[in-house]
Design a protein around this ligand. Structure first.
Ligand code: ADP
Ligand code: MG
Length: 315
């Protein structure tokens, strides 16, 4: 039986900070990223589940939302709907470009995007203290108006660009379609799932599922999925070849291997920046602790390279 891997694509895999976000850019990035996955598909013979972020894309959707509302009075869609839009859009682009890469390499595999809901708890303490800034910047007056109308929470941007809505980033608890994801992936279809960390949903009452204004960390959701579908490996792809301690200092040291105990110690000591490397380390710890398997944090171009990446291991 083929081994199963979950590959979490970071921001740069689809859209870089210095790009505008045109569809040509995103298609080209998706093609190049898909080419890098060939080593896992062809040489390492993995069955694959691909997960991805949606930060820039959902940011643009929220801007569309507010422009459509201002200009045409269109009703604004809540964040869960925007995450669903972004999963469909990004899944489509990945499916198409990955299909092109497979065709150009004489490989025959199906690819399927699954719009994925992820269960969170409405009592998660993240809802009492929303910290994740999303969407457009507003003036203080505009922000106050929205706060009055909707009860949303806003925070001032530390870089002085204005006021921005902040939402909770609750812990993912259950990946709703995990059985189908595992079954289809083990049959050899490449599955694209939990885009943007998944659409956050909660039980409003015992039998009433509903979307909620929040965003789920994509690395944590990917690790949860990987553990829940018994994956053999979790690859977290980002834009650095290895995890470092003393990052960006003269004492910087890239790590080939990182035990769970050391990872926890370094997290406490503040070696990993919040909002960037820290969630990836937490995700890797979660997967390794729950599966007994290894997680790899690296850059797309280092996939399959012998000493490429940082291997997070049990001991
Ligand atoms: P994503 O690729 O999912 O978008 P981020 O850009 O949020 O991920 O996080 C990756 C970034 O984390 C790297 O580009 C790097 O600058 C930063 N980083 C912070 N701390 C470290 C560390 N200790 N070692 C390596 N990279 C780190
Ligand atoms: Mg990034």
């Amino acid at each position: 039986m083929k081994k199963l891997a979950v590959v979490a694509l970071g921001g740069n895999a689809l859209l870089r900070g210095d790009q505008k976000g045109t569809i040509d850019e995103q298609e080209l990035n998706a093609y190049e990223t898909s080419e890098r996955l060939l080593v896992l598909i062809k040489e390492k013979q993995y069955n694959l589940v691909v997960t991805h972020g949606n930060g820039p894309q959902v940011g643009n959707l929220l801007l569309n939302n507010s422009a459509g509302n201002k200009l045409f009075g269109l009703p604004e869609m809540p964040l869960d709907i925007c995450v669903a839009y972004s999963q469909g859009f990004i899944g489509y682009v990945i499916e198409q470009q990955l299909r092109n890469v497979l065709l150009h390499n004489d490989l025959d595999r199906d690819i399927l995007t699954i719009i994925t809901q992820v269960l969170v708890n409405k009592d998660d303490k993240a809802f009492k203290n929303p910290t994740k800034p999303i969407g457009p910047f507003y003036s203080k007056e505009e922000a106050n108006k929205i706060i009055e109308e909707t009860g949303a929470q806003f925070a001032e941007d530390p870089r002085g660009r204005g006021w921005r809505k902040v939402v909770a980033s609750p812990k993912p608890l259950v990946i709703n379609n995990k059985k189908s994801i595992e079954k289809i992936a083990r049959e050899g279809t490449i599955v694209v799932a939990v885009g943007g960390g998944g659409i956050p949903v909660f039980y409003k009452e015992e039998n009433i599922l509903q979307g909620i204004d929040a965003v789920i960390d994509k690395d944590l959701a990917s690790a949860l999925l990987a553990a829940q579908i018994n994956a053999d490996k979790l690859f977290i792809l980002t834009d650095v070849p290895k995890v470092c301690i003393n990052y960006n200092t003269p004492q910087e040291k890239a790590l080939d291997r990182l035990s769970i105990a050391d990872a926890k110690k370094y997290l406490k000591e503040g070696h990993f920046a919040e909002g960037s490397m820290a969630p990836k380390i937490r995700a890797a710890i979660y997967f390794v602790e729950h599966s007994g398997k290894d997680a790899i944090i690296t850059k797309t171009t280092k996939l399959g390279v012998d000493d490429g990446g940082t291997r997070v291991v049990m001991v």
